[in-house]
Design a binder for this molecule. Sequence first.
Ligand code: 13P
Length: 344
Amino acid sequence: MQTVMNARQLMETARALVADDKGLLAMDESNATCNQRFAKLGIPQTAEMRRVWRDLIVTTPGLGDNISGAILFDETMRQQTNQGKPFAKALMDVGIVPGIKVDTGAKELALHPGEKVTEGLDGLRERLAEYSGMGARFAKWRAVITIGEGIPGMACIDANSHALARYAALCQEAALVPVVEPEVLMDGDHTLQRCAQVTELVLRAVFKQLYTQGVMLEGMLLKPAMVSPGSASAAQASVEEVADATVDCFLRAVPAAVAGVAFLSGGQSGELASARLNAMNLRLHSRLPWPLTFSFSRAIQHPALDIWHGQSSQVAHAQKALLHRAACNRAARRGQYGAAMETS
Ligand code: 13P
């Protein structure tokens, strides 16, 4: 295996991202995704409104007490807060490590209807150098795996795993910690067991490719979905069943050297995502070789987005809601989250 030149810096950044029971805030929605969410609430779909929303998030008082790192989208990385600071600088000033989404999106996989492959490797070395110059210390790449009739197949799993590993290697070359996100979607009516099988298959493929490409596991984070039944499944599972199935699956397929596991929320409500993360940390703590934390977008942002609704008069109220979800998730890392936190 190649020696990674930036090993010390990578390990320090990775450790900082999981330190002190904090977690990541994903605020890297592409313009199209952000616009969809705005459209549902009648918020104007403009670069300026996206900037104003991200300003609200980043300037939330106390955010850095709960959030270790925030993932930005390219547009936001190039914008400034209301105070005229680049967003990456505003994050650093409150002790939050800035990160950047670097894939260019999931596209149809040729000859494989219903399956996707994530693009963005061309020119990535140059883009990573630019983002690093703008203050980014870590990056994210999201692969999408769909469970359905006869899918996922190995063409999809191998193509995505290979791309994730190539991306991760380029990141480490540039001293950026790669957040490796193979998202097994919650969409569908599959069972908990089927999700566990697919997740294990995907994780084994991803770690095989990471090994082949020489990626240093101590200097990366894994960003997976929780193992759960499909959102349309008739057989939903308890919080404890999801926690157990997720940890059992990861213990089989995720090497202990990985610096941390930071879940995506995937469309779960904020409260459910916190409850499941809490159950994993509470029930299974002694079995975990890696910190289990969060890297949520919707499960942290959504209550606040609903409150804000594009109205400047609602900024302070929305920031309170955002801080609340961030604090609930930090408590969940300690196994100290409970329904009482939602009512107090
Ligand atoms: P959700 O938490 O909304 O699933 O988003 C996380 C993410 O970063 C998806 O790439």
